[in-house]
Design a protein around this ligand. Sequence first.
Ligand SMILES: O=C1C[C@@](O)(C(=O)O)C[C@@H](O)[C@@H]1O
Length: 253
Amino acid sequence: MKQPVVKLRNIELGSGRPKIAVPITGKTTADILAAVDPIKAAKPDVVEWRIDFYEDVTTAAKLQATGQQLRAALGDIALLTTFRTQGEGGELALSDADYFQVCRDVLAGDFTDALDVERYHAEAAVQEIVAAAHDKSVVVIMSNHDFDKTPAQADIVERLTSMVALGADVAKMAVMPQSVDDVLTLLTATNISREKLSQPVITMSMGDLGKVSRMAGEVFGSCLSFATVGAASAPGQIALDHLRPELEDLKLN
Ligand SMILES: O=C1C[C@@](O)(C(=O)O)C[C@@H](O)[C@@H]1O
């Protein structure tokens, strides 16, 4: 199936070479803003603000003020805002109610172009936050992470499919390989999903074994790769300066 391209500020997810996202994992407003200049110099397509690292994430006014300063500092770079819960590899555990409150606070702050919404919370609440994001023209990147293992191929495809059914603009899955076969499983599931789904997908096999999956998105069908300028937000991320030439080398003509 030909996926529609998803517009994220001034870039398109799902067309051409995979885009590059760089995470910001600062704890304080000062740390977060200090990360911007070196990141801008490396010219990523997207910046991901990992708000689960931010010390005042549950105080709406501070979250929004910092988000607005970050937005202004980024100029025209697209901003994805992500709260990664502890169960999926993030820094902080929140109740479902608090998790969705933080998501609503992000949307009310009017600073982000895209919101990460974790797939495995109560479905009605997931659907509600998707609708709230779309009301504000915010792109929903729905996600699921397995930091221990790689689920079966059909399971990965099923999870990505269910994200699209729940209204995701982009469906994302990060898994941990225990073997080379696991990396192949993730790559095959990505290719099947790219053929089958009506929306673009983002996938990665984490850790050292999975690094190849972060470079080969154009071949197998993943539209965004997370790379570092400074701190990594997950195992296996490659420095942006190394990743960009790899993506160019693997470009399909
Ligand atoms: O979902 C992802 C992907 C990721 O886990 C990775 O493996 O690069 C990094 C996270 O910051 C991001 O939210």
